[in-house]
Design a protein around this ligand. Structure first.
Ligand SMILES: O=P(O)(O)OC[C@H]1O[C@H](O)[C@H](O)[C@@H](O)[C@@H]1O
Length: 276
């Protein structure tokens, strides 16, 4: 465990005895790099990514809280990803190591979302697994609801050769068209722009890319999002090089369909495990 600087921000580097490594920015509690033991980088991070107050990093694993996308009054994807979190704990370098980061409400968050909360992200690294647990505590005296996601950008050599499985038979919303469908084919190929929310997924979702394979399983996050901007939208994004949509696929674990209700004093947690 060591501190470093990435994108001009303080970051904690987790390393295990068998050579796995992960880097977590304090800005957004954002995992920007994950190299499982004996394997290359598994996450996509844009070479044009920027990090600083109010900025969301393009790539890695943004923490989306307390609102997914534009499904509420807040700016897209809420505010947790563009704020400084505090490093509260980090473990020694063994077979397994972890870091815990926390975000609490401030005048600025209460101005846009009038609730008292503590969010805690625990990032645990071991061998070929990266586990992330998001916990939210209602520290106020009134109930609130939120949606959340771990918005993982997985690295692909060419997304058009990638295949996604684990979604067969599931219902999804096509966010590009506002239509609903059932997944009838397996595996799913990615030919260009895609933006879908799959509801109540129980099986691990597996990306075969094709030189790499990552499985994503989750507890407490019922929904999954598949997102790639495709060529046209990528070209319009200032923080993504035109051709880099080919090198990424977002597979997000999320709580979107049913916002999480939290009474005063109540705590919620959910986790995802990436396994390479
Ligand atoms: O550009 P951002 O605010 O980071 O959002 C990036 C993407 O996130 C999610 O995957 C949504 O489903 C997409 O509709 C959105 O475009």
């Amino acid at each position: 465990m060591a501190m470093t600087e990435v994108l001009g921000q303080a970051a904690v580097v987790l390393r295990t005895a068998d050579g796995a490594e992960a880097t977590v920015l304090l800005h957004g509690a954002h995992v920007v790099s994950w190299r499982p033991a004996g394997l290359p980088e598994q996450l996509y991070l844009s070479p044009r990514a920027q990090a600083g107050p109010g900025q969301a990093v393009r790539g890695g694993i943004p923490v989306i809280f307390p609102q997914f996308e534009r499904r509420g009054p807040l700016p897209r994807h809420g505010f947790a990803r563009d704020r400084a979190w505090t490093l509260v704990e980090h473990g020694p370098q063994r077979q397994h190591t972890q870091a815990v980061l926390s975000l609490t409400d401030t005048d600025a968050t209460r101005a846009v979302w009038p609730h008292a909360f503590e969010a805690e992200l625990t990032v645990s690294l071991s061998g070929r697994a990266l586990e992330m647990e998001l916990a939210v505590l209602n520290t106020g005296d009134r109930a609130f609801e939120f949606t959340a996601a771990l918005h993982t950008y997985l690295r692909c050599d060419d997304v058009r050769e990638a295949r996604v499985s684990g979604l067969l038979g599931g219902d999804f919303e096509d966010s590009l068209r506002g239509t609903t469908h059932r997944q009838e084919i397996e595996p799913q190929a990615i030919v260009g722009e895609i933006d879908r929310i799959y509801w109540n997924v129980v099986s691990p979702v597996v990306l075969q890319a094709p030189q790499r394979r990552v499985s994503i399983s989750a507890e407490g996050f019922p929904d999954r999002v598949l997102w790639n901007p495709g060529a046209e939208k990528a070209a319009a994004m200032a923080d993504l090089p035109d051709d880099d949509w080919l090198q990424m696929l977002c597979i997000e674990t999320a709580c979107i369909g049913r916002p999480v209700p939290l009474a005063a004093g109540q705590e919620w947690f959910a986790r995802q495990t990436l396994q390479a």
